[in-house]
Design a protein around this ligand. Structure first.
Ligand SMILES: CC(C)(COP(=O)(O)OP(=O)(O)OC[C@H]1O[C@@H](n2cnc3c(N)ncnc32)[C@H](O)[C@@H]1OP(=O)(O)O)[C@@H](O)C(=O)NCCC(=O)NCCS
Length: 141
């Protein structure tokens, strides 16, 4: 992801999440977070999805993953996540974790398909509706 992608990334973000990140949030990740790596998916000549990753020594954490609604269900999210897992391993990560809303069974299915297991529950993790987060993790190496 580069700064020039951010206009399309904000569209993906706003169509995907109830509390979308701002331009400034992505900008800070790109320029001021030494642990952050952001990868995009392009189709039909435009950015249609992205995934954010923090790699801290041998542990990686997914901050967000999203595909533009009209491009969902075409295995692009799966291809993106597989690429991100490979990228994380190449950057030294052995485990990968993330939080997902307990109600988000679509995303949970994707993560399980790629080997993620259930970890703990973070109570009232999401600030918009105080929904719990399920922590999921996978050992990659
Ligand atoms: C989660 C998300 C990235 C998946 O992307 P996608 O490109 O639509 O998913 P894929 O087509 O690659 O599907 C891969 C797997 O995900 C699961 N999945 C995808 N869509 C699904 C659906 N509608 N119902 C149930 N499972 C689904 C399935 O396990 C699927 O594998 P299968 O096709 O063999 O059944 C996408 O739905 C999205 O952007 N959601 C909104 C943002 C979000 O919730 N992000 C996760 C935050 S933690």
């Amino acid at each position: 992801m580069t700064e020039s992608d951010l206009q399309m990334i904000l569209e993906v973000e706003q169509k995907s999440f109830t509390t979308p990140w701002s331009y400034e949030a992505f900008y800070n990740e790109l320029y001021h977070n030494q642990f952050a790596h952001y990868l995009v998916v392009e189709a039909d000549g435009k950015v249609i999805g992205y995934c954010g990753l923090w790699v801290i020594i041998d542990e990686a954490h997914i901050t967000n993953i999203a595909i533009l609604p009209e491009y969902r269900g075409k295995r692009l999210g799966e291809a993106l996540l597989k690429m991100v897992m490979q990228y994380a391993v190449e950057h030294g990560a052995e485990t990968l974790t993330l939080e997902v809303r307990v109600s988000n069974t679509v995303a949970q299915n994707l993560y399980r398909k790629l080997g993620f297991q259930n970890g703990g529950i973070r109570k009232s993790y999401y600030t918009d509706n105080y929904e719990d987060a399920l922590v999921m993790w996978v050992k990659m190496v």
